[in-house]
Design a binder for this molecule. Structure first.
Ligand SMILES: [Zn+2]
Length: 469
């Protein structure tokens, strides 16, 4: 049974039902990272929110087809690769690995697709050719630009008034010979940039602009019109506005029905910046002794439409909240009494109802977690009164397990301490490959286990594994 999900839609400025084109499947695209350095905790607010939304949608009965893209070519990447005397792949590889490692650390599920821009040049070139055929482009200054005057809906998402911007008008700092200051680059023709940042195209060798990457990759995997597009609020303008113009401009069809934007993350009420010394990556926070679970709990437990002030005090409070839940789960194992589920049944049903309704109401994760803690309190009270039977404890445990399918941190580590059949098969495969000295095959199995959050340690004669938390 599918429950309705209501989400704030930036396009209409209202909380609206999410109505999928092909129910019960939701096709959603999230703008991922530009891999020129390690993502910071603010980036992970958006990625964790996307993860919690995917899981919540499944909890409510939907299926999810999701894309998280990797921007592995843009101005900053090219500049920094040149400075480091590396090519594009060589420069971006460690940052892509860092992204995958941070996702594993934070318990973020791999979406169905994680496409890289450099692997989608044909799709981008095709899109630009279609835009040109429909009169949306022009050439100037060695680039192909999108002409926003050709797309009357431009500005609808961000509420920007483009009518006030006349063709030929300039902003002072604009040094390009564009028709309009807001026209944006689709393709930059061959320049003095390195050969590894240039691709052949029927309209001339060069490289894509940033915005076209997301239009090409989202439509390739999700179709020309899809259900939901997510990103940080800083992407509303111009990135998402440009994505709409490029996509609808090329297809003549609506691009995305529902736009979801995640608010900024602040560090102790201040914007994060390297100069203020409050710029944190996930490993920075772990180095200070905080746990991945507390980071995920803090990121997941604040409402995505409110700015989150992330601080180390908040992480301490998260640990306390988690330990309260984990402590109950452990005590559930120690219950003895026989008999029906009794009061525990009602506590579970009430908590489940509140939990579902909170998630369905614009992904209200603080309310959903309040329902979790409400159940923990009632179960603790029943335990204290000697009123919790073994079957009652089982009901509480299975309710918490269902809730954990959304948050991913509610059960204590020991509860998951067994390899799944798929993980065991990979583990065995690697051991077998090592025995046969097929090291490439062994490394591949290890990499796949790593991606699933299983860390291997080879000691003399034996291989141990542990789950990264
Ligand atoms: Zn994007």
């Amino acid at each position: 049974m599918t429950m309705q999900m209501r989400l704030f839609n930036t396009l209409t400025s209202r909380v609206e039902p999410l109505e999928p084109i092909s129910p019960p499947e939701i096709r959603m695209y999230a703008c991922g990272l530009t891999v020129y350095n390690r993502g910071h905790v603010g980036n992970y607010r958006t990625i964790v929110t996307t993860d919690v939304l995917r899981r919540a949608l499944r909890y409510l009965g939907f299926r999810v087809k999701g894309v998280l893209n990797i921007t592995d070519v843009d101005d900053r990447i090219i500049q920094q690769a040149v400075t480091a005397d590396q090519d594009l792949q060589g420069f971006t590889r460690p940052w892509i690995e860092a992204l995958e490692e941070d996702m594993t650390t934070l318990g973020i599920e791999r979406p169905e697709f994680m496409p890289r821009a450099t692997e989608h040049l044909p799709e981008m070139i095709d899109l630009i050719a279609r835009l040109t055929a429909r009169g949306h482009t022009y050439e100037a200054d060695g680039s192909i630009y999108f002409r926003i005057a050709s797309f009357p809906e431009y500005g609808r998402l961000s509420g920007l008034d483009v009518k006030g911007i006349k063709a030929g008008a300039r902003v002072d700092t604009d040094k390009y010979d564009k028709e309009n200051a807001r026209d944006f680059v689709l393709w930059k023709f061959k320049s003095d940039e390195p050969e590894w940042a240039q691709w052949d195209a029927p309209f001339g060798r060069g490289r894509p602009g940033w915005h076209i990457e997301c239009s090409a990759m989202s439509m390739k995997y999700l179709g020309q019109t899809f259900d939901l597009h997510i990103g940080g609020e800083d992407l509303i303008f111009p990135h998402h506005e440009n994505e709409i113009a490029q996509s609808s401009g090329a297809t003549g069809e609506p691009f995305v029905r529902h736009w979801m934007h995640v608010k900024h993350l602040l560090i102790d009420d201040e914007t994060m910046s390297k100069s203020k010394g409050n710029f944190f990556t996930i490993p920075d926070i772990l180095e200070r002794g905080h746990s991945p679970d507390s980071i995920r709990y803090l990121l997941a437990g604040s409402h995505y439409r409110k700015p989150l002030s992330f601080g180390f005090e908040g992480l301490e409070q998260s640990v306390a909240a988690l330990e309260r839940i984990w402590g109950l789960v452990q005590r559930l194992d120690e219950t003895q009494g026989d008999g029906p589920e009794g009061e525990a049944r009602k506590a579970c049903t009430d908590a489940e109802t509140t939990f579902r309704e909170a998630l369905a109401d614009d992904l209200n994760t603080p309310e959903a977690l309040a329902a979790v803690h409400g159940l923990v309190s009632r179960a603790n009270a029943l335990l204290a009164e000697g009123e919790l039977t073994r079957s009652g404890a089982g009901a509480v445990r299975s309710t918490l397990k269902g809730m954990d399918s959304v948050f991913g941190v509610l059960l204590p580590k020991e509860a998951a301490d067994q390899l799944s059949a798929e993980e065991q098969a990979l583990f065995d495969e690697r051991q077998e490959a090592r025995r046969q000295r097929e090291f490439a095959r062994a490394d591949e199995a290890r990499a796949r286990l790593e991606a699933m959050g299983i860390v291997l340690e080879d000691t003399r004669g034996a291989t141990r594994w542990r789950r990264r938390r």
